[in-house]
Design a protein around this ligand. Structure first.
Ligand code: PLP
Length: 369
C-alpha cells in the first residue's frame, strides 16, 4: 500500500457513527485473555444449545458427498419441510445465512438515509448497527419497569419517516414475550412490524405469530435454527414474509446464501423434531433451576424468562458487577455483560446442562462468601 497518497475515497459518513456489534466472547479469545484452557470453559454467554445438533444431523452432514455443488437456491426440500413446521405455505418463507442475514436484507430493503425504526430497549443490539449502516436512525421507546413494550409510547414516537417497528418475542435479553393484542395494535399503524422469534421454541407459545403473516401485508416474523436446534455455527435462519416483501427479499439476496451444510442440517432437524424438542424441554426445565440459583443469591434479582437465558440484575450496592464477573471468569464461566446504559448492572445467563448450573451456583456463592 502506498501510504503517501492522499485518501480520495471515503467511506459513507454513517459508518463513523456506527457502533460495532459486540457478540459474546468466543472461548478461544477468553482462553487467550485468562489463560484458562478452552476445554475447561463453560460457555453461557451466547444462548447456544449445550446439546448441539441432533446425531442424525451430524451423520447426514458426514454422509453427504456433493459439497462441490452449489446449494438449491429455491430450497425446494427445506421449504417444504419448513412449510409443515410453520403451518405456512412455502411462498411466505425466505431463508438466510442466519436470521442476522435476513435482518440485514430486510433493513436494506426499507431503510434509506434519514429513515427511522422503532426499537424497545433493552433488546437485541444488532438492530441498531444494521440501522446505522443503512444511514437510518433508531427511535428508542424504552420498555416499562416490568419490561413490557410501551405501545402508547410507540404510537406517539411514530414519524413520517418511521418504516419499521421491531419487536423481539421472547425478548432478548429480558425473556418476556410480546402480547398478541400489542402486535395487532401496532400492525394498525401500517408500518412494517417485525417480530423476531429467535427464542419462540422455548416459550409457552412455541408457534408464535407465524399464523398472522398471511393475514397482514405488513407483518414479518423472523426465526432461526441457531438456538433451539443447536445449529448456530452453521448459520441458518428464515423469515415469514408477506409475498410482496418476500419478492423484494429474493431480488436483493445473493444466490446460494445458505450453504449446503445449513440446508442438510435444517432438513434433518425438521425430520427429527421429537429428539430436538426433547432437548428443548430439558432446557426449559433447567431454566427453572437456573432461575432459583440466581434468585437465591442475596445480591441478584433474576427476571422470569421464556427464552433459553435469564437476565439478572445486581441489586446489592455493595456488590460490583465487575467483581461478580471477575469471580465467574476465574471459574471459567462465560456470561453476557452489557455496555448499554439500561443494562450496566445486569448479567445474562444462557441455560446450559444441569452440571453447568451446579458450577454456576458454586461460583456465584463465592461472591459473598
Ligand atoms: C441469536 C439471535 C438472532 C440471530 O440468529 P442467527 O440466526 O444466528 O443469525 C436473532 N435475533 C435474536 C434476538 C437473537 O438473540
Amino acid at each position: 500500500m502506498n501510504t503517501y497518497s492522499p485518501r480520495i475515497v471515503h467511506v459513507r459518513p454513517e459508518l463513523d457513527r456506527m457502533a460495532e456489534y459486540v457478540p459474546g466472547e468466543s472461548p478461544e479469545a477468553f482462553s487467550v485473555r485468562t489463560g484458562i484452557p478452552v476445554s475447561c470453559l463453560i460457555k453461557l454467554n451466547s444462548n447456544e444449545s449445550p446439546y448441539g445438533p441432533a446425531p442424525s444431523v451430524l451423520s447426514a452432514l458426514s454422509d453427504h458427498r456433493w459439497y462441490n455443488n452449489y446449494p438449491d437456491t429455491n430450497a425446494t426440500v427445506l421449504r417444504t419441510a419448513l412449510s409443515h413446521y410453520t403451518g405456512l405455505d412455502g411462498r411466505f418463507i425466505i431463508l438466510g445465512h442466519g436470521s442476522m442475514e435476513v435482518i440485514s436484507l430486510l433493513w436494506h430493503i426499507f431503510l434509506a438515509a434519514g429513515d427511522n425504526i422503532i426499537c424497545c430497549p433493552p433488546t437485541f443490539s444488532l438492530y441498531t448497527s444494521v440501522t446505522t449502516l443503512c444511514g437510518a436512525y433508531i427511535l428508542e421507546v424504552p420498555r416499562s419497569i416490568d419490561y413490557e413494550v410501551d405501545v402508547e409510547g410507540i404510537l406517539e414516537a411514530l414519524t413520517p419517516e418511521t418504516k419499521m417497528i421491531v419487536l423481539c418475542s421472547p425478548n432478548n435479553p429480558t425473556g418476556n414475550p410480546v402480547a398478541e393484542a400489542d402486535v395487532l395494535t401496532l400492525l394498525e399503524t401500517g408500518r412494517i412490524v417485525v417480530v423476531d422469534e429467535a427464542y419462540v421454541e422455548f416459550s409457552d407459545r412455541p408457534r408464535g405469530y407465524a399464523h398472522l403473516v398471511p393475514q397482514y401485508s405488513n407483518l414479518v416474523v423472523l426465526r432461526t435454527f441457531s438456538k433451539w436446534a443447536g445449529l448456530a455455527g452453521l448459520r441458518i435462519g428464515y423469515g415469514l414474509f408477506p409475498e410482496w416483501i418476500g419478492a423484494y427479499m429474493r431480488r436483493a439476496q445473493c444466490p446460494f446464501e445458505v450453504n449446503v451444510a445449513g440446508h442438510i442440517a435444517a432438513i434433518e432437524t425438521l425430520n427429527d423434531l421429537d429428539y430436538v424438542f426433547g432437548n428443548v424441554r430439558k432446557i426449559v426445565q433447567e431454566r427453572d433451576r437456573v432461575y432459583n440459583v440466581l434468585a437465591s443469591q442475596p445480591y441478584l434479582e433474576p427476571i422470569p424468562s421464556q427464552g433459553n437465558f435469564i437476565l439478572a440484575r445486581v441489586i446489592n450496592e455493595d456488590v460490583d458487577i465487575l467483581r461478580v464477573r471477575a469471580i465467574l471468569e476465574s471459574h471459567g464461566i462465560l456470561l453476557r455483560y452489557f455496555s448499554h446504559p439500561y443494562l450496566r448492572d445486569f448479567l445474562r445467563v444462557t441455560v446450559g446442562l444441569p452440571e453447568h448450573t451446579d458450577q454456576l451456583a458454586h461460583a456465584l456463592s463465592k461472591v459473598t462468601g
